[in-house]
Design a protein around this ligand. Structure first.
Ligand SMILES: Cc1cc2nc3c(=O)[nH]c(=O)nc-3n(C[C@H](O)[C@H](O)[C@H](O)COP(=O)(O)O)c2cc1C
Length: 186
């Protein structure tokens, strides 16, 4: 069962949780998943969600978030260059190191790829690896490493199960972030 603002956790009121859902998408598939992740997170009471393309994220978006969920299309079995540039900009634009300014934020990943077994899990794992390198606390949901969708072939686009997985990831992130924030507010 999830918790949200207005509930109590270990006897303490649960504070408002802010979640940044950010993604790169050229042909709309990863954007649809991002919208579903955002909807899942918003379904947890007390959660505020900011949905933005990676190139539009500013320092305040990143640092005010309790949780960051990053989505990428698979490009050559890995995250796209724009998503990698986004992570590189955590240092070049936002100066996260050496203070580890992202430390203890919750992180999660989602991905879309054209084919089965062509890099979605590697893509999610490399997103999670970048988060781990920043001392974030990574969680999964909707799948073993995050939510993902196969977008080409017999059934192009995103199907209902994939959308449900994306929503489940958003709910999980919101729930874990609320529990962690409530616990660390003591
Ligand atoms: C340059 C490029 C490389 C790609 N490489 C892969 C790949 O290695 N594996 C895969 O499954 N799909 C690959 N794709 C397909 C995309 O990952 C897929 O169409 C994805 O859903 C696109 O997301 P978008 O609609 O959000 O842009 C590639 C697409 C492009 C443009």
């Amino acid at each position: 069962m999830g918790i949200g603002s207005g509930d109590t956790f270990a006897g303490e009121p649960v504070p408002l949780v802010k979640i940044l859902v950010t993604y790169h998408s050229l042909s709309g598939n990863t954007e649809r998943m991002a919208e579903a992740v955002a909807a899942g997170a918003r379904s947890v009471p007390g959660t505020e969600v900011l949905l933005k393309r990676v190139g539009q994220v500013v320092a305040e978006d990143l640092f005010s978030a309790d949780a960051v969920v990053v989505g990428s299309p698979v490009y050559w079995s890995n995250m796209s260059g724009e998503v990698k540039t986004f992570f590189d900009n955590w240092q070049f634009k936002f100066g996260v190191f050496p203070e580890f300014k992202m430390k203890n934020k919750i992180g999660a990943a989602f991905a879309t790829g054209g084919q089965v077994s062509s890099g979605k899990e590697v893509t999610m794992l490399t997103i999670l690896a970048a988060m781990l390198g920043n001392q974030m606390i990574v969680v999964s949901g909707g799948g073993a490493f995050g939510a993902s969708a196969t977008t080409e072939g017999d059934s192009p686009g995103i199907d209902n199960q994939e959308l449900a997985d994306a929503k489940a990831l958003g709910r999980r992130v919101a729930d874990v972030a609320a529990r962690f924030k409530a616990g660390s507010a003591k």
